[in-house]
Design a protein around this ligand. Structure first.
Ligand SMILES: NC(=O)c1ccc[n+]([C@@H]2O[C@H](COP(=O)([O-])OP(=O)(O)OC[C@H]3O[C@@H](n4cnc5c(N)ncnc54)[C@H](O)[C@@H]3O)[C@@H](O)[C@H]2O)c1
Length: 405
């Protein structure tokens, strides 16, 4: 068997391009294909892999089914729109059953699905194929978080007791593609889009290194959602100008969310996570903060502090872009520059982890089942916000809960 994992992407958009950029730092992986909603985006993304030298033979496939059936593809990274999770898994299933040699793995971007029912369906299609799965949550591989967690638990927790409070925030000015703003397509607003990162990062920071996910049980979810900015007429009009026909004021999801989750340890201690997500934050770039607090120690991570800043006077006016840092809001004044975003945000680390796990047949540290649990907590958060009550995430009703029609 080849010792290079030949991977293919479903989706030729923003995040596939980020993953492909990260692969220059990942060994034993080669991009061989891309399928997308348009041939043009599949071709452009395959061309990026060729240009960067991470996929000299990368090509666009006409369909996901054809790509999954191709024996030159060992594993698939699903990076398409949220509403295509189940149909993409069905296409992969149809293609994979035509193969002589089974697929070695499937990775799927966050959120695993739009509802708990869809997430369970995605998980069950993968189980039917018997394929190894990976849930792509880059924050757990971000070097700042990985190193911070390791040091805090080793030095602080071992002497003073385990950490009891994790805080995580992921906030920016709003997504780049129209579909994120359509609740009937995306399945939700900022809570579904961004709180998946924060909930999972906070849970993982609170989990003892090496312990199973089940060592912490979420017992209560209390959340609030709001529309702080984009439903205001002037800002809704800005969105309509950017995305013609989009009427966010009439059909909004939410542009702000916060959640508090109580977790119970195996010996009965109660821990807390506090998470906030926003599409109405305006700053130089993302607000991307994490804290972990214990009895005699604390950890603070501000991922926008990259150690590199540029200053442009008012005389320097240029095109709007995201060339300094993801979701940058300005091109003038004091601006942070990320020297290597794909590594800083954890994409290089996660792709290294999942490709090595699929190559060597070891268990990935995040699987579809973990993504299902994150979706369950987000549905509990939506229900808590809608009904203004604390939700026990083991409630059966969450299986059929849909935040938006
Ligand atoms: N980990 C992260 O931080 C992160 C960041 C951004 C996006 N994401 C996730 O990645 C996914 C894609 O987001 P994006 O920002 O790349 O969006 P995007 O709008 O930039 O790109 C979406 C891509 O999906 C393709 N697509 C749509 N329907 C398809 C189908 N049926 N089959 C194949 N391709 C199809 C489109 O052609 C497009 O190329 C989303 O689920 C999003 O939540 C994760």
């Amino acid at each position: 068997m080849s010792d290079t994992l030949r991977i293919a992407f479903v989706g030729g958009g923003f995040i596939s391009r980020f993953h492909i950029q990260s692969l220059v730092e990942v060994r034993d992986v080669e991009v061989v294909g891309v399928s997308s909603a348009t041939q043009e985006s599949a071709e452009a993304t395959a061309a990026l892999a060729r240009e960067l030298g991470v996929g000299p033979k990368a090509r666009a496939f006409a369909s996901t089914e054809e790509m999954a059936a191709c024996e030159d593809v060992d594993a698939i990274w699903i990076c398409a729109r949220n509403d295509t999770r189940v149909s993409t898994m069905q296409e992969i299933h149809a293609g994979a059953t035509k193969r002589k040699k089974p697929l070695r793995g499937i990775c799927l971007e966050k959120p695993l699905a739009r509802t708990l029912a869809e997430a369970l369906e995605v998980e069950s299609i993968a189980a039917d194929l018997g394929v190894a799965t990976g849930y792509l949550e880059d924050m757990l591989f971000a070097p700042a978080l990985a190193r911070g967690k390791e040091v805090l638990w080793r030095r602080g927790s071992s002497l003073a007791g385990r950490p009891y409070l994790a805080r995580a925030a992921e906030e920016h000015g709003g997504p780049h593609s129209r579909w994120f703003w359509e609740p009937s397509v995306a399945g939700g607003g900022v809570l579904l889009d961004m709180m998946c990162h924060s909930i999972e990062a906070a849970r993982w920071l609170l989990t003892e290194p090496g312990a199973a996910r089940s060592s912490l049980t979420p017992i209560a979810v209390n959340a609030t959602t709001a529309n702080l900015k984009w439903t205001q007429p002037a800002f809704a009009a800005q969105l309509a100008e950017r995305f013609p026909g989009l009427d966010w004021a009439a059909f909004p999801s939410e542009d702000f969310a916060r959640a508090t989750i109580h977790w119970r340890t195996e010996d009965g201690q109660i821990l807390l996570s506090e998470t906030t997500s926003s599409w109405c934050f305006v700053g130089a770039g993302l607000r991307h903060n994490f804290s972990l607090l214990g009895p005699e120690y604390s950890l603070e991570i501000d991922m926008s502090r990259t150690g590199v800043e540029a200053f442009f006077s008012r005389e320097v006016t240029g095109e709007a872009g995201e060339d300094l840092v993801e979701k940058q809001n300005a091109e003038q004044g004091l601006m942070p520059i990320s020297p290597n975003e794909p590594a800083q945000y954890g994409y290089a680390g996660e792709n290294r982890h999942f490709s090595q796990a699929f190559l060597h047949g070891t268990a990935p540290k995040l699987q579809f089942a973990d993504g299902v649990e994150v979706v369950r907590l987000m549905m509990a958060a939506y229900q808590s916000a809608a009904e203004a009550r604390v939700i026990d995430p083991s409630e059966l009703g969450l299986k059929t809960y849909r935040p938006y029609p």
